[in-house]
Design a protein. Structure first.
Lengths: 149, 105
């Protein structure tokens, strides 16, 4: 029996940096790097930066609550290892996809997304109408496309 | 700010191309200077990888928004990480000129 395939984790934005370097090390041995996966970065961001609980974070990342807790504890373990042993952190990899929120305009009937998470969208980029709504059913997530194939 | 619009031809009367990666022309429109430029798409007949290649062409012109009828699965995550906004118009009969008029409002 083969295990179930890993579910794709939803990441809102890629991190602004690709890693961390330690400085002021006493010994000059080059140590192995710690590879923090993007899904682990996102778990840390949601739980410790946005201060969400594990259930809320799991809904955002589109995984189950126990899975989120496992990703999160692994991330904490890796960060602690890097901190204690003075290792370099590299953020990369993971089974993820980037996603942003979609809106629809009731005036011109167009759909558009919001690539800048920090900025709220209040008007349609096309016709400048304020009559827009968040669109749930217009999903471009990979799962829908995989099903069609 | 620059906007890319997928077009079926190289005039303002041409219709909006419903595909992004394999559209005939890209119309790059600058909302500040009102200048426009038609770029023929070399990936029109590409077997695969037309989407990412087209993104590269458009992103090199520093556009912030792309207007098309549909975006493929490979492009979506790419544009999200490049912070380019996607605008989807599901009206194949709309001409490129009409869309530019809407942008100028």
């Amino acid at each position: 029996m083969s295990p179930r395939p890993t579910r794709l984790r939803k990441i809102s934005n890629p991190p602004v940096i690709s890693g961390f370097k330690p400085y002021g090390s006493k010994d000059n041995h080059i140590k192995a790097d710690v590879f923090l996966q993007l899904e682990e970065y996102e778990a840390i961001r949601l739980c410790d930066y946005e201060m969400l609980n594990h259930h809320q974070a799991s809904v955002i990342m589109n995984v189950s609550r126990p899975t989120l807790t496992r990703i999160y504890s692994k991330a904490r373990q890796k960060l602690a290892e890097a901190l204690v042993q003075g290792k370099q952190i590299i953020i990369e990899g993971g089974k993820i996809y980037f996603d942003s929120e979609w809106y629809s305009c009731k005036m011109c009937g167009s759909y558009f997304n919001n690539p800048e998470k920090q900025m709220e969208i209040s008007e349609c980029p096309l016709c400048k109408s304020k009559n827009i709504s968040v669109c749930d059913d217009f999903n471009y997530g990979p799962e829908e496309n995989v099903k069609q194939k | 700010m620059k906007v890319a619009i997928t077009s079926t031809g190289n005039t303002l009367d041409s219709k909006l191309d419903q595909r992004f990666g394999r559209c005939s022309y890209f119309l790059i429109y600058d909302t500040d200077t009102r200048g426009m430029e038609f770029i023929p798409n070399p990936n029109k007949e590409a077997q695969e990888g037309a989407g990412p290649a087209s993104v590269q062409i458009v992103a090199s012109r520093d556009v912030k928004k792309i207007i098309s009828g549909e975006f493929g699965i490979k492009i979506k995550s790419l544009l999200d990480s490049l912070k380019i906004q996607m605008i989807v118009i599901k009206e194949p009969e709309k001409s490129v000129g009409e869309i530019i008029n809407m942008l100028n409002q």
